[in-house]
Design a binder for this molecule. Structure first.
Ligand code: SF4
Ligand code: MG
Length: 328
């Protein structure tokens, strides 16, 4: 069941005297209840802008965001103030989003919905906070302390508890474990998975690290230069990526046990989003590009039922793709 429906979203950045940058250039994406969707791609591809737009921290130039069937697109000129309660965001650096001078329990309590009478007693709020601390693996006594008293991983647990206080339907997590050391990274990733499963909550997990989402995401959306170029179930993306960019990202990951092969990063750099290449945006870096790719922009289309790709070699699939692979 789709809980978050992102439809044709465009986010523009305007700096006077410069061309408009379409950081997000027409993205449609769905997240189901209890589903974890990884959003991957190199930095500068618009992943964070898309995440921020979904929770209402960026104004949409076009498109809509629907949560549980209700449109939550910011109306008027500005973005919604922070998030709709049903949509919460977790950031890479939890420290910057926590107030250094307030006790943890108060900061988590800020996210709690007011009860029917409009105010909860302090005791009931504290009990609700203790439950949230427990859900993220922290002791109730952590509530009496201040952010600087915690490690990076613990702060990220606190940020997760605060997001959960609002009982969101979907959490957008923007590189939530990138700043943590390797062992803590796995723990916090596992916590996010467990919470999503237990609560039937959708997660959009943004990461530049494809290997990090492999063991947690149900589905992966690959973003390139403002667009989604592929969405596939995680294992299918791994075993048979449909888009040449996905293929390059998968190949860039060092494979365990295959020390002889050197990982190859996608060749070249992400072009300047203020003047994206004509035709397929990936063509200057694509080893399979052919004539049509230089002029025609491929749309994201359904391939094989549950998969989508934006590439002229799909869904024609078979012969064209194999021919191109032979010629490459
Ligand atoms: Fe490569 Fe062409 Fe496919 Fe773009 S449309 S990814 S350039 S083959
Ligand atoms: Mg980013």
């Amino acid at each position: 069941m789709t809980v978050l429906d992102v439809n044709d979203v465009v986010v523009d950045y305007k700096v006077s005297g410069r061309p408009v940058v379409h950081a997000v250039a027409g993205v449609s994406l769905q997240v189901g209840a209890g589903e974890i969707v990884g959003l991957v791609g190199e930095s500068g591809c618009g992943k964070s802008s898309l995440g921020r737009a979904i929770v209402g921290l960026e104004k949409l130039a076009r498109g809509s965001v629907t949560l549980d069937g209700h449109e939550v697109t910011p109306l008027g000129r500005g973005a919604r103030p922070v998030a709709d309660r049903g949509l919460q965001m977790i950031f890479q650096d939890p420290y910057s989003s926590l107030n250094p001078r307030r006790r943890i329990w108060r900061q988590i309590a800020d996210g709690l919905p007011a009860d029917a009478s409009g105010a909860r007693s302090a005791g009931r709020r504290r009990a609700a906070v203790n439950e949230l601390l427990d859900a993220v693996g922290l002791a109730a006594s952590a509530g009496d302390r201040f952010p600087h008293e915690f490690s990076g991983g613990q702060r990220q647990r606190i940020a997760i508890a605060r997001a959960l206080a609002a009982q969101p339907a979907v959490i957008v997590a923007d590189e939530p474990v990138s700043a943590l050391d390797a062992s803590t990274r796995a723990q916090v990733s596992n916590l996010i998975v467990q919470i999503a499963r237990d609560r039937g909550m959708g997660v959009l997990f943004i990461s530049h690290d494809l290997s990090g989402v492999r063991h947690m995401a149900d589905r992966v959306a690959v973003m390139y230069l403002g667009r989604i170029v592929e969405t596939s179930p995680t294992e299918s993306l791994w075993s048979e990526p449909l888009h040449p960019y996905s293929d390059a990202l998968v190949k860039a990951i060092p494979q365990l046990g295959l020390t002889a092969t050197t990982p190859v990063a996608p060749r070249g750099e992400v072009p300047d989003p203020s003047s994206p290449p004509a035709g397929c945006r990936f063509h200057p870096r694509c080893p399979l590009a052919f004539e049509r790719c230089l002029t025609d922009d491929p749309a994201l289309v359904t391939v094989e039922g549950s998969r989508e790709a934006a590439c002229w070699l799909q869904p024609a699939g078979g012969p064209a793709r194999e021919l191109a692979l032979l010629e490459a």
